[in-house]
Design a binder for this molecule. Structure first.
Ligand SMILES: [Zn+2]
Length: 80
């Protein structure tokens, strides 16, 4: 059974250390399309819950080394 990798690191849109996880396959596909890149393995998604009522998560992206890889926040939409 595959264990999903997570890490706690700084999210600049949340302004604090938050839990992040690696992208799932659909999210990777979305991001590759969005960035026009072949590989997006360095990205992590913030799973901090912003709205406890709906369970909506932050979903802002960072890499392992760069807390702000884009000038504007890039948040992956919830994909069906
Ligand atoms: Zn966040």
């Amino acid at each position: 059974m595959a264990t999903q990798r997570t890490m706690k690191d700084y999210c600049w849109t949340c302004g604090a250390d938050q839990q992040h996880r690696q992208l799932d396959k659909k999210e990777e596909a979305w991001l590759k399309e969005r960035l026009g890149r072949a590989g997006v393995g360095e990205f992590w998604i913030c799973v901090n819950v912003l709205d406890p009522d709906t369970g909506r998560q932050c979903r802002n992206l960072r890499t392992g080394f760069n807390k702000k890889p884009f000038a504007e926040p890039l948040k992956i939409p919830v994909l069906e």
